[in-house]
Design a protein around this ligand. Structure first.
Ligand SMILES: Nc1ncnc2c1ncn2[C@@H]1O[C@H](COP(=O)(O)OP(=O)(O)OP(=O)(O)O)[C@@H](O)[C@H]1O
Length: 255
C-alpha cells in the first residue's frame, strides 16, 4: 500500500511570553491510501497541532510532512480539513459556502459549481437549505454544511478534528453513518481525531493513540466487520478487547 501522508520527526514548539511550549515532539505517522485512521488522545496531547501540521496550516519547528510524495509547504486544495469549530463564512449562504473550494480550485463554471454544491447538500441531508445563511441553521446542520464544503473540492485526503464532538448523541450517530457512507468506495484517505474510544473504533480501520506531546502509545488495525452498529459492537468480543486495550493506552499515555 502507498503512503499518502507521511509525517517524519515532527516537532512543534510555540513561543509563549519568554518560554517555549512544546506541543508535539518527534512525531511520525504514515497513512496508507484509502484508509480511515482514527487518532485518539486526551485533551491537550497535541491532536489539533498534529492535524494543523498535516494540513500544512502551520509550519513544524522540526521535521517534515509529505503528501503524495511531495513535501507539504502550505495548505493544499487536495487536503480537506474539517476543524472543531465552524468556519462557514457568515456572509455567504450555504450554497455559496459549499461552492467555495470549487472557486478556489478554479476552472469550474458557475453553473457547474451550483450543480455540484446542490448535489452535495442533498447528500448530507440539507436539501432546500442552500439559500439559508449559517446563522439560520442549527449546529448539526452547520456541521453537515461544513462536511459538504470540505467534500466540494474533491480532496483525496480528509482531515477531521473532532467534527461531531459538540453534537447530541443521536445526531452524532447520524453524521458518523453519513460520513461512512460518503467515504466507502470513495478511495479517499481519512485522518479523524477524536477523544472518544467508541467513535474511534466505530469509524476507523486503524486506531492510533497519542499520549503527552503526541507520543504514539498504541497503533492497531481495526478488523471489525463493516457496516458497524454501536449496539452490536458493544457485545462483540473483538470490540471489547480493543476498547480495553485503548483505554489502557490512553491511561498510560497521560501518565
Ligand atoms: N497557538 C498556540 N500557542 C501556544 N500553545 C499552544 C498553541 N496551540 C496549542 N498549544 C498548546 O499545545 C498543546 C497541545 O494543544 P492541542 O490543541 O494540539 O491539543 P489537543 O490534543 O488537540 O487538545 P483538545 O483535545 O483539547 O482539542 C497544549 O498544551 C496547548 O496549550
Amino acid at each position: 500500500m502507498t503512503a499518502v501522508l507521511q509525517a517524519e520527526r515532527l516537532t512543534k514548539q510555540f513561543a509563549k511570553d519568554d518560554s517555549a511550549i512544546v506541543a508535539l515532539r518527534d512525531f511520525a505517522l504514515s497513512v496508507e491510501e484509502g484508509s480511515f485512521v482514527t487518532v485518539l488522545g486526551r485533551s491537550g496531547c497535541g491532536k489539533s497541532t498534529m492535524l494543523n501540521l498535516l494540513a500544512g496550516l502551520t509550519e513544524p519547528t522540526e521535521g517534515t510532512v509529505s503528501h503524495r510524495g511531495k513535501p507539504l509547504t502550505g495548505p493544499d486544495i487536495d487536503i480537506g480539513y474539517l476543524t472543531q469549530s465552524d468556519t462557514l463564512m457568515p456572509w455567504r449562504d450555504v450554497q455559496r459556502n459549499v461552492e467555495m473550494p470549487l472557486e478556489i480550485r478554479g476552472g469550474v463554471r458557475a453553473k457547474e459549481r451550483r450543480r455540484t454544491a446542490a448535489a452535495l447538500l442533498n447528500r448530507v441531508g440539507l436539501d432546500g437549505f442552500g439559500k439559508h445563511y449559517p446563522r439560520e441553521l442549527s449546529g448539526g446542520m452547520r456541521r453537515r454544511a461544513s462536511l459538504a464544503r470540505m467534500l466540494a473540492g474533491s480532496p483525496s485526503t480528509l482531515l477531521m478534528d473532532e467534527p461531531f464532538g459538540a453534537l447530541d448523541a443521536q445526531l452524532r450517530t447520524e453524521l458518523q453513518e453519513e460520513l461512512l457512507r460518503l467515504w466507502q468506495g470513495s478511495g479517499q484517505t481519512v485522518v479523524f481525531v477524536t477523544h472518544d474510544i467508541e467513535e474511534a473504533l466505530l469509524l476507523g480501520d486503524r486506531i492510533v493513540v497519542l499520549g503527552a506531546l503526541g507520543r504514539i502509545v498504541a497503533d492497531e488495525r481495526i478488523t471489525l466487520q463493516r457496516p458497524r452498529h454501536v449496539d452490536a459492537l458493544r457485545v462483540d468480543p473483538e470490540f471489547v478487547r480493543l476498547h480495553t486495550t485503548m483505554a489502557a493506552a490512553l491511561k498510560e499515555g497521560s501518565s
